[in-house]
Design a protein around this ligand. Sequence first.
Ligand SMILES: Nc1nc2c(c(=O)[nH]1)N[C@H]1C(S)=C(S)[C@@H](COP(=O)(O)OP(=O)(O)OC[C@H]3O[C@@H](n4cnc5c(=O)[nH]c(N)nc54)[C@H](O)[C@@H]3O)O[C@H]1N2
Ligand SMILES: Nc1nc2c(c(=O)[nH]1)N[C@H]1C(S)=C(S)[C@@H](COP(=O)(O)OP(=O)(O)OC[C@H]3O[C@@H](n4cnc5c(=O)[nH]c(N)nc54)[C@H](O)[C@@H]3O)O[C@H]1N2
Ligand code: SF4
Ligand SMILES: [Mo]
Length: 714
Amino acid sequence: MPRTSPAPSPAPPSTPTPTHCPYCALQCGMNLRAAAQVSDVVEVVERTDFPVNRGALCGKGRTAPAVLSSRVRLTEPLVRRPATGRLEPATWEEALSKIAEGLGRTQEAYGRDAVGVFGGGGLTNEKAYALGKFARVVLSTSQIDYNGRFCMSSAAAAHQKAFGLDRGLPFPLEDIPRTGCVILVGSNLAETMPPALRYLTELKENGGKLIVVDPRRTRTAEQADLHLAPRPGTDLALALGLLHIVVAEGRTDDAFIRDRTTGWEEARSAAMGHWPELVERLTGVPLPQLRDAVRMFCDAGTGMVLTARGPEQQSKGTDTVGAWINLCLATGRAGRPHSGYGCLTGQGNGQGGREHGQKADQLPGYRKLTDPAAREHVAGVWGVDPDSLPGPGRSAYELLDALGGDIKSLLLMGSNPVVSAPRAAHIEERLRALDFLAVADVVLSETAALADVVLPVTQWAEETGTTTNLEGRVLLRRKAIDPPPGVRTDLEVMHALAALLGHEKGFPVDPEEVFDELRRASAGGPADYSGISYRRIAEEDGVFWPCPEGGAGTTHPTEDHPGTPRLFLDRFETPDGRARFVPVVHRPAAEEPDAEYPLLLTTGRVVAQYQSGAQTRRVDELNAAAPGPFVELHPRLAQRLDVSEGDRLAVVSRRGRAVAPARITDSIRSDTVFMPFHWPGEGRVNTLTNPALDPTSRMPEFKVCAVRVERAQN
Ligand SMILES: Nc1nc2c(c(=O)[nH]1)N[C@H]1C(S)=C(S)[C@@H](COP(=O)(O)OP(=O)(O)OC[C@H]3O[C@@H](n4cnc5c(=O)[nH]c(N)nc54)[C@H](O)[C@@H]3O)O[C@H]1N2
Ligand SMILES: Nc1nc2c(c(=O)[nH]1)N[C@H]1C(S)=C(S)[C@@H](COP(=O)(O)OP(=O)(O)OC[C@H]3O[C@@H](n4cnc5c(=O)[nH]c(N)nc54)[C@H](O)[C@@H]3O)O[C@H]1N2
Ligand code: SF4
Ligand SMILES: [Mo]
């Protein structure tokens, strides 16, 4: 495949560089320009031409440059010295050879699969692709997975089952204001993607309705025409109850069901066991509200259901999303203009990160590692024997749980599981039990602090690469500034490690060269990027996959495939082109309240902090807005426990204890407490969370576990 343009080089200081935010899946467009007087510092200036955010940014994006020049960022490799037991500065040569030795020693002693690799959905497509290739080709280990397993894997699995293809949103965000009714399930968009709130505001201005399903009356729920506040972990019952009412009130779209779906009879019978009265009891949502929701949704003519982590981060997340998709299919709200089901992915490259091979069971282009044709194709691009590619490995939590067991060494890039993994105290202990841990990061995260070798890598504004946003739009993040001396890119790290481990070739350091290889590896796969080039992305505000490259004799005889902003309008991507209903029934959460642990804990985010906080906890303005963890509880519960605002509370689950101040609010159910997960230490909520896994997606149950709450004694 010919190179279409030279790799973009940093712009001269006074010309703003158009690029994208380092954080969430909205991937807001922004311009970076050298700050006045200080030439090695950049500042964000508005970029109004990018359609997704039209210039709007949240505080995290606006302050992202602060992490570039932060005193705490890593600028030299660190190696743990046996004499002191401490991490101390080292040269790159020493650090890299320690990693090659550490991983090599483990594999010699215990075999290939004794080395694990853990990636992240924040890594660019190029990095995610190179990391998957590094694991399969250089290390020949099957043990690779990434933090996206904690994020949207249940929605991905449900997408595959129902539609035969998983792309978070099958339509651009701009379609949202054009639909009649949106049911937003377990998304706090106003805090997690603030500039996207505009799409809901426009929906309402156009006369559309908004229904929000969340156990808390969030800033997002406050915008709703109807807010349903189910007990955490009961979305499956809720969706089935709504479907029951749809059937009972004769609101199904029978022509759509007949012409474009299969499996309705089984799904219908499964739903009909969920009487509205039973659903009211299970969910705590009053029956009249259930009926209102069905009327609002069906009266609108067109509609969308959008889910986020609320219903997905459950041990039945896949079935739960399946039930919401069934509701869409039964009412004909799918595969048609301005209607459909979508999942709002989370991380900056949450979508692309799950397509190009850092997932345990997958090869680039969203191909299956178990598919012989896929192995053959990708092995061809990589120049290796298909039989040399390992098979599928373990999922993220299972991989972390096996550290110090049969996985003795780990290479980690782009995640901070000490803060973000479920049952985190146990995972921290597993990381400590490793023979060897290497971490590449931009700061000394809580996980990097446990490593034997830490490599300082470049940040978003110091390197070029592509990400795929929540709409499936492939975007170009451009280098705007040179990195500080002593820092290398993740691609340079993989290049150097591969060479030390005997692979001189195959790991280029130029991102565009990696992307061009990714294009070939993805060609013909479900997530086909072969027709996308850096040049096209730059010219077109991003390109939506699938975008196959044409050529004589192919379906697209030119090189101008327009990309695919809207999927499924003619057919679904199943063998017969029909969407598949999935027969699902409700089941309780893995852990239900009892006498000892009488309350439900749910977890999530606040607007001013990002994920494990590794980056945003370094920014003064963000810390001022969100200084630390808290426990949100209802005034009735506070009264029962005799606690006042700000009192230190201990929240205790079967896995441990976390302490944080009380925040009393009537916006939460009185049987539920909420904590955000951005902080380590005594307020780390993941000390409490339940690692029960969804049987299909292997997603842990971050959103429900049983706890008791008491005043902290100290
Ligand atoms: N500020 C900020 N923004 C972010 C991030 C961040 O860390 N900080 N992270 C990014 C990433 S990776 C992700 S995945 C997204 C996540 O984006 P969201 O999914 O919007 O975020 P959460 O706060 O995890 O969960 C959303 C809502 O689910 C509700 N919820 C809890 N339990 C249940 C339940 O059982 N059922 C239902 N229906 N709802 C429930 C919570 O009350 C919460 O309001 O945000 C992205 N954007
Ligand atoms: N209780 C609870 N826990 C949760 C969730 C929840 O809702 N509740 N949500 C889950 C979800 S959805 C997610 S996505 C996870 C996220 O949790 P994590 O996987 O911990 O995500 P981050 O905090 O973004 O970690 C990214 C790390 O990589 C570093 N980094 C950033 N960019 C790069 C890069 O380009 N290269 C390298 N080498 N490093 C980089 C950052 O500094 C940081 O240390 O948390 C999960 N945990
Ligand atoms: S909404 Fe997301 S992408 Fe946009 S500025 Fe905020 S963190 Fe960045
Ligand atoms: Mo996420």
